[in-house]
Ligand binder design. Structure first.
Ligand code: UTP
Length: 298
């Protein structure tokens, strides 16, 4: 089976981000700031560090500041250069993406993640491709997507990032039924979107990183809205499995933060701030004082 090199990544950023209203009325969720960088920058950094060459953003009305963020900023760059602020200039320049490496596709209605991916069909030839959901931020010594690409080089087919979750949380995830577990890799037998705990086939949940076989587009094409009234990527992956196309789950090494939820975003903020040498001491001392206050109040 041809395995194919993974050189393209799709970043779906066209959702409405309703869990962060009112902020997301005017600010794309994917540009909300984790310490000092927008969520989407973490996703792009992971892709580039994993060898991705072409970045495809599925965007929407009201998200143009995300496009501007990755573009040159001549006035700002000139001002920083004139002021001799070389470090800041480098930071600004480093988030500019090469024009030839980026494509923006508009999803004109937020019909769901599956529909968002289907919008990029014309940009993917007969090759496997990656999908990164920017609201799943993963801190790992080897980038999660890079780990998955290494697995894909052995397995071919499709590879889905997975992690164990408490059974009570199964209703928030796509849950996998797996067989043939070998270390961190297992064959997927079935996938169910947001099952109730008693109906979940396992505690292995799908996380927002995928390497997909291009035949997924045939399965996406015929889909109707399902769970939550949205066209679900999960249903197309179930179609791949049913058609006998190999799909593997990979339990990645790293810490995942659900930055699509407020609690997860705050946890990520604390964790990423404490990982920064210039913030650790001051911020750590503040957190300790908060904990001491809380304990004293109990
Ligand atoms: P989410 O379901 O987490 O994002 O989709 P959402 O719908 O924007 O957020 P809530 O639930 O209303 O708060 C995961 C990713 O898929 C994108 C989102 O932008 C997010 O990055 N997405 C979702 C699309 O691009 N299009 C869609 O139709 C739906």
């Amino acid at each position: 089976m041809p395995k194919g090199k993974v050189t393209k990544a799709i970043f779906p950023v066209a959702g409405l981000g309703t869990r962060f209203l009112p902020a997301t009325k005017a600010i794309p969720k994917e540009t909300l700031t984790l310490v000092d960088r927008p969520l989407i920058q973490y996703a792009v950094d992971e892709a580039l560090a994993s060898g991705i060459e072409q970045l495809i953003f599925i965007t929407a009305r009201g998200k143009t500041n995300l496009e501007d963020y990755f573009d040159r900023s001549p006035e700002l760059e000139r001002t920083l250069a004139l002021a001799g602020k070389k470090d800041l200039l480098r930071i600004v320049e480093n988030c500019t993406l090469d024009s030839g490496a980026v494509t923006y596709v508009r999803q004109n209605q937020a019909l769901g993640l599956g529909h968002a991916i289907a919008c990029a069909r014309h940009l993917i030839q007969d090759e496997p491709f990656a999908v990164i959901l920017p609201d799943d931020v993963i801190s790992a010594s080897t980038p999660c997507l890079q780990q998955m690409i290494a697995v894909h080089a052995n397995t071919g087919g499709s590879v889905i990032a997975a992690m164990e979750v408490p059974p009570a949380q199964s209703g928030a995830y796509g849950i996998l039924d797996v067989a043939g577990v070998a270390g961190r890799v297992a064959q997927v037998r079935a996938i169910v979107e947001k099952p109730r705990p008693e109906q979940a086939p396992s505690n292995l949940a799908v996380i927002g990183r995928y390497i997909l076989d291009p035949s997924i587009f045939d399965h996406l094409a015929g889909l109707q809205a399902s769970a939550g009234g949205e066209i679900q990527l999960t249903d197309a992956i179930a179609g791949l499995v049913a058609a006998g196309s190999p799909v593997h789950a990979y339990r990645f090494k790293g810490d995942r933060f659900d930055c699509g939820s407020k609690a997860g975003f705050l946890q990520a903020t604390v964790s990423f701030a404490l990982a920064r040498s210039e913030l650790r001491e001051e911020f750590g001392a503040y957190l300790n004082s908060m904990v001491a206050l809380q304990n004293a109040a109990q």
